[in-house]
Write a protein that binds this ligand. Structure first.
Ligand code: HEC
Ligand code: HEC
Ligand code: HEC
Ligand code: HEC
Length: 160
């Protein structure tokens, strides 16, 4: 990390680290740069988790805690990008996103099995127990992203 960046990063942290978790931009904000991930998510049940609830249930905090957990404090509905990846206010700037270390420093989270189990626990109405590896496959919105990036790298390498 360069000294200027280090200073910048430190001042960011001093400016109020705990606030980062409370800074959601909404899924549309990720779409321009992560179109493939967005499309996969949009057609997933996570994106429609709020709509599964009846109008009365959509006002019930007990249901929203898993079906739309960031609605009250962040105004972002359903189970969205930032529910799993952390609030994007500080990390989604292009120069931050290109720096994996800095992005994590300012709020990008690596979703874990433990995180899934916050919602996919014994109280959810699933007939079968939550099998992480299997469910992760069903969640895939990164393979297309990675393929695209690999192809871009290859094309760059190919140009003389
Ligand atoms: C201005 C474009 C831009 C926006 C907006 C953006 N990203 Fe990114 N994101 C990138 C780039 C570029 C990378 C780095 C890809 C690479 O490795 O080359 C990246 C990487 C990532 C990664 C992988 C990080 C890693 O190191 O494993 C995640 C996860 C991610 N973005 C999530 C999000 C989410 C969620 C949002 C919306 C809140 C978002 N991004 C908004 C451009 C963007
Ligand atoms: C904030 C709560 C929450 C988190 C965190 C969460 N989920 Fe979900 N997930 C839900 C809800 C709610 C549904 C059902 C949505 C509906 O149909 O109304 C669901 C549905 C799913 C489904 C489709 C139904 C199924 O069981 O096949 C998959 C797959 C899934 N989640 C995988 C995951 C994985 C993998 C993780 C962790 C990386 C995860 N989820 C994290 C709340 C969550
Ligand atoms: C602990 C987290 C959690 C809570 C709390 C929760 N749900 Fe869910 N709900 C889930 C998960 C996870 C699924 C997906 C299960 C699966 O299909 O594997 C789900 C699925 C559903 C579905 C099925 C959606 C479909 O299309 O098949 C309905 C309906 C539903 N929940 C209603 C409710 C209602 C109503 C409440 C409040 C009384 C509630 N849930 C509270 C986690 C939760
Ligand atoms: C239910 C949790 C969950 C939701 C919702 C979610 N993601 Fe992810 N995302 C993950 C997990 C888990 C991984 C890592 C998979 C792995 O490392 O194998 C991931 C990986 C990624 C990556 C990394 C791709 C790479 O090249 O490494 C990007 C980019 C990304 N997600 C963007 C998004 C965007 C944009 C949205 C919303 C449109 C979103 N995610 C919604 C859990 C989620």
């Amino acid at each position: 990390m360069s000294p200027t960046r280090l200073v910048f990063t430190c001042s960011l942290l001093l400016a109020g680290a705990p606030a980062f978790a409370a800074d959601f931009l909404g899924p549309e904000s990720c779409k321009a740069c992560h179109a493939a991930a967005y499309d996969a998510w949009k057609s997933s049940r996570h994106a429609h988790a709020r709509e599964s609830l009846s109008p009365a249930q959509q006002k019930d905090a007990r249901c929203l805690s898993c079906h739309s957990p960031n609605e009250a404090d962040q105004r972002v509905a359903a189970v969205s990008c930032e529910t799993c990846h952390g609030g994007g206010h500080a990390y989604s700037a292009p120069y931050v996103m290109k720096d994996p270390e800095l992005a994590r420093l300012v709020g990008l989270q690596d979703p874990s099995e433990k995180g899934c189990r916050n919602c996919h626990d014994t109280s959810s109405p699933s007939l079968r127990p939550f099998h992480f590896v299997e469910k992760l496959k069903a969640l895939d919105h990164w393979s297309a992203e990675r393929d695209k990036r690999a192809a871009a790298k290859k094309a760059q390498g190919a140009t003389p």
